[in-house]
Ligand binder design. Sequence first.
Ligand SMILES: C[S@@+](CC[C@H](N)C(=O)[O-])C[C@H]1O[C@@H](n2cnc3c(N)ncnc32)[C@H](O)[C@@H]1O
Length: 310
Amino acid sequence: MPSRRGCIAGITAGNRNDRRMTSVLHNLISELEQDDLLFEPNRLRERSDVLDRLETYLACDLPQDLDIQGVELQGRIKALCASIEAIDGRLYQSIRQDIQRGEGARRLLEWVPAVGSDEHANNPVGGDSYDYLDVLISGVLQIDEPDAQAGELATEMVFYQPTPARHIFDMVGRSALNEHDVLIDLGSGLGHVPLLAAICTGARCIGIEWEPIYVDCARRCADALNLSRATFIQQDARTADLSAGTVFYLYTPFTGTMLRDVLGRLKGEAAKRKIRICTLGPCTATVARESWLEAVGVQEVHRPALFHSV
Ligand SMILES: C[S@@+](CC[C@H](N)C(=O)[O-])C[C@H]1O[C@@H](n2cnc3c(N)ncnc32)[C@H](O)[C@@H]1O
């Protein structure tokens, strides 16, 4: 694949090198246009990589004086992007319809590499980067962008960042979330965790989030997908009702005293019934020191950790 700089030079054409680059790009685009496999619905991952690359070419600061070849090439890149987006759009729409019918689990889980498979081994679950699963989930959930600026966070509250989708699927699987459970995501942001858990399991899923704008977006998504088992409450996790929860998820929503206060409340809940706690990020180290919790399995950095109350 030519470098981004090379592509810019290639598109703008001019000297002999530039023309050679233009011709390399022409060939590459022709190959992609004729690659029937790429247009099969299940090739989302490949399409996502290709789209990234094409968008990089288009994002180049193109000068006004593109020659005819450059203009034609740019048009073909745009058309290819549009074709890919159309296929992806149809895929997302068909998965959304299955979710609305209550049949989303099978459609979503088929995209998640099975533990023990080559694909799983080649794509380690760790790290906080996003990948093709996040592209899929974003296309399927279609959560509205917040239409206003989120309020300023109090000290010790952590700003919004969604859990990468592969970690959500990992957490759902390892905690063995089922129809007898109530999952509570403490600091649920735009709601990815309760929404996906409600689609993929029989559990009731509750998001507790301090920022009302995020809660509105999550609720609208749950309504649009008929996910009556996913509900969202605008409240501070320090005062919210935690009495229904059997599984609690924390993607480091807060730190310091705030985290200790909420852990104190969870300890109180654990005195009444067995609970599981799933964590991701720096809060895991603090949670792991709680004597009333026992870690399940080996804890790996940058992967959700699972604890159960003793
Ligand atoms: C790192 S994000 C996690 C988002 C979501 N759990 C996920 O994994 O996709 C932390 C979220 O916690 C929220 N938050 C921070 N302090 C909170 C509190 N005391 N009560 C409720 N939500 C809080 C923030 O507004 C933010 O949306």
